[in-house]
Design a protein around this ligand. Structure first.
Ligand SMILES: [Zn+2]
Length: 311
């Protein structure tokens, strides 16, 4: 419900040194292997002004450790707190994909004075938008449209309280049983993720599922769309970018051998869509917004590394 695959990033600052999760690593591996890498906070903030990640402006303090700092290093450096946690929680995504949901989230968290931020491409553009929107205000909770949460504090115990508190307040029960039975039909090269029962329970869920991308990691791991295909088309077509497809009358299928990160994103997407009330109108990302995520080298690197890590 909080973290899927290599998504999200956490950091801690010690003066001008910040340890941040490395791109493509799994937070769930933090107790077993070194997933954090140190960076220079001032240089990371200066990178936001530069407008690009440049080899001439290295922010890494241990370039030999084989890690690349998270794509989101900029806003971690910028936020004036010792601990910064960013994650794509299912309940937050269910709210932050629509205007109605965002208004509900702001009301549910009003005593924490959360700062809402519009959608932007992750990385430096998002860090810039956060800096402009925050504009000197101080808040421990930031809500990112069509993306997720940021919570910050100087105490790790308070971070935990804040995550628990915000998750409880934003909790939505799924309107359908997400653990639907796999379908009976088999298609070579594909594995049934859920039978048609899930969509018979909730036709709106099927419509939303095949209407586009709702958040960046969906585009990065599941591709630009989840198409509706006939059984024949499923065998012939799909573009290698298509990781999941709905078969007419046959439920939802996932490519056989898809990495764990892909499966977790699909589970997350279903869990998010099943929680969005029918009266809310979720916004999908524009084609241009999806294109800039899929073609981005930084994301290709994260996807490749997570494939290596997850199998
Ligand atoms: Zn993110």
């Amino acid at each position: 419900m909080l973290v899927q695959g290599p998504g999200g990033n956490t950091s801690v600052k010690f003066g001008n040194i910040m340890w941040i999760k490395a791109s493509g690593t799994l937070l769930s591996n933090a107790g077993m292997t070194e997933i954090f890498t140190p960076v220079d906070v001032q240089r990371a903030v200066a990178e936001i002004d530069l407008g690009e990640v440049s080899p001439k402006h290295d922010i890494r303090l241990d370039p030999e450790d084989g890690h690349r700092p998270s794509i989101e290093t900029g806003f971690h450096a910028l936020l004036p707190w010792k601990y910064v946690f960013h994650y794509h929680s299912v309940n937050a995504l269910a709210h932050l994909t629509s205007e109605e949901g965002q208004a509900a989230a702001l009301a549910k968290l009003s005593d924490l004075s959360p700062i809402p931020i519009g959608y932007s491409k992750p990385g430096i553009p998002l860090s810039r938008m956060i800096r402009e929107s925050i504009n000197g205000r101080e808040s421990r909770v930031v809500l990112l449209k069509n993306h997720g949460m940021i919570v910050c504090d100087n105490s790790i115990a308070e971070i935990r309280n804040l995550i628990d508190k915000t998750e409880k307040r934003l909790w939505l029960n799924p309107e359908v049983d997400c653990a639907a039975e796999p379908g009976q039909q088999e298609f070579p090269g594909w594995v049934s993720f859920s039978g048609s029962g899930l969509f018979e329970q909730d036709p709106l869920l099927a419509k939303r599922l095949t209407s586009g991308c709702y958040f960046p990691d969906q585009a990065v791991f599941l591709g630009p769309e989840i198409p509706v295909l006939s059984a024949d088309e499923l065998q012939k077509r799909p573009d290698p970018c298509v990781q999941a497809a709905v078969i007419q009358g046959g439920g939802l299928h996932l490519r056989a051998g898809a990495p764990t990160a892909v499966r977790e994103q699909l589970e997350c997407l279903i869990a998010v869509l099943a929680r969005i009330p029918k009266s809310w109108n979720p916004r999908t990302l524009a084609n241009s917004e999806i294109g800039e995520l899929i073609d981005w080298d930084a994301e290709k690197y994260r996807r490749a590394l997570s494939e290596k890590n997850s199998n």
